[in-house]
Design a protein around this ligand. Structure first.
Ligand SMILES: *Cc1c(COP(=O)(O)O)cnc(C)c1O
Length: 348
């Protein structure tokens, strides 16, 4: 056990059970431990290090911005914030972006936008948002309430009202047609924490029909499956529809904390000055890092993500010890015949 591990155990709140490794540096896909060992990080920092550890162009963008201006506030204009919003809108066709600092916050903004759209545009006083069973939307009380997994809810009652959980099955949408208060349905096109499981296209097609009939919004939580990981810039592109709101974070900043909530159509104009905000949101250093990431996620790179993902799928499917392989692009889940924890221990 290292001094760091002892100190961490004594003073850091015990909300994580960490692996017995202290990482000190890294480059590309290799992380180095204080034990002198090199590790291949297949989890990329939970879908964050889009271009790996210590990526050159990202570091340059971040340090150049650090030298110029590390923070101001949202009382003033800064170029990285405006340029990142413009680039995201240009690449996705969305029309407005709100910047925050994490996935949970990006989802909080999505929930607030959906609720205000319901109130302003549709006159719904007490809007309901449907999310999927086994979804994961974050750890704040509201995003926890949105998360469709009971194990996260226990001990944190009372939760934020206004959420229902449905199964990702076209038939499960039938009762929603009669719900006058339905503001939005929020989905991960590839569930991450829920097991790296893509939705069926029959479900997203049915959801698009529900939206057309009822006027509800579709919110895509692209916090984990966005930013090129699945071989498209955002994973909804695989399913042939455009959501009304997209939240994203993790890979967007290449390792610095940033969340973004993108909006289109009527929902893009519901927020007025004072409706929402964040001290650090749109921070110039984080935005400069994200600009470096997003500007390099071009079609050539996305094509290589799809090709490499297919190669991993093909090699692993049916291989000894592998039960099944799931996911999209390089967002891949592997079900093993042995407990994963044992295999991880052997790998380490
Ligand atoms: C990680 C994750 C979140 C929460 O993001 P934080 O940055 O940890 O707040 C929300 N939704 C999905 C799908 C995630 O994978």
């Amino acid at each position: 056990m290292t001094d760091t591990m002892r100190m961490d155990g004594e003073f850091v709140a015990h909300t994580y059970s960490r692996f017995p490794v202290e990482l000190v540096s890294g480059s590309g896909c290799i992380a180095r431990g204080s034990d002198g060992k090199e590790y291949i990080d297949l989890g990329s920092g939970i879908g964050v290090n889009a271009f790996g550890y210590s990526d050159g162009p990202w570091k340059e963008a971040v340090t150049a911005q650090l030298d110029a201006l590390q923070h101001t506030s949202n009382l003033y204009y800064t170029s990285p914030c405006a340029s990142l919003a413009a680039l995201l809108c240009e690449k996705t066709g969305f029309s407005k972006v709100f910047f925050s600092n994490s996935g949970a916050e990006a989802n909080e903004c999505a929930v607030k936008a959906a609720r205000k759209h319901a109130a302003d545009v549709r006159g719904i006083a007490s809007p309901v948002i449907a999310t999927l069973i086994n979804s994961f939307h974050g750890r704040t009380v509201t995003t926890l309430s949105a998360t469709g997994q009971d194990k996260f809810h226990r001990d944190f009652q009372p939760l934020t009202p206004g959420f229902i959980h449905i199964s990702p099955d076209p038939d499960a949408l039938a009762p929603l047609y009669g719900m006058k208060d339905l503001a939005a349905v929020m989905i991960e096109c590839v569930q991450g924490e829920g097991g790296v499981i893509p939705l069926e296209k029959s479900f997203t097609d049915a959801l698009v029909r529900l939206r057309k009939q009822t006027g509800c919004l579709i919110v895509c939580d692209e916090v984990q499956c966005g930013n090129g990981r699945t071989g498209r810039l955002y994973s909804y592109e695989h399913f042939g529809f455009t959501p009304d709101i997209v939240s994203t974070a993790k890979g967007l900043g290449g390792g610095l904390p940033i969340g973004a909530t993108m909006m289109t159509g009527e929902v893009a104009s519901v927020f007025k000055p004072g409706d929402h905000g964040s001290t650090f949101g749109g921070n110039p250093v984080c935005c400069a890092g994200a600009l470096s990431i997003i500007s390099r996620l071009d079609e050539k790179l996305l094509e290589s993500v799809r090709r490499k993902g297919k190669m991993v799928f093909d090699r692993l499917s049916g291989a000894p010890g592998i039960k099944s392989v799931s996911g999209l692009g390089l967002m891949i889940g592997i079900a093993l015949e042995r407990p994963a924890s044992e295999v991880l221990k052997d790998c380490m």
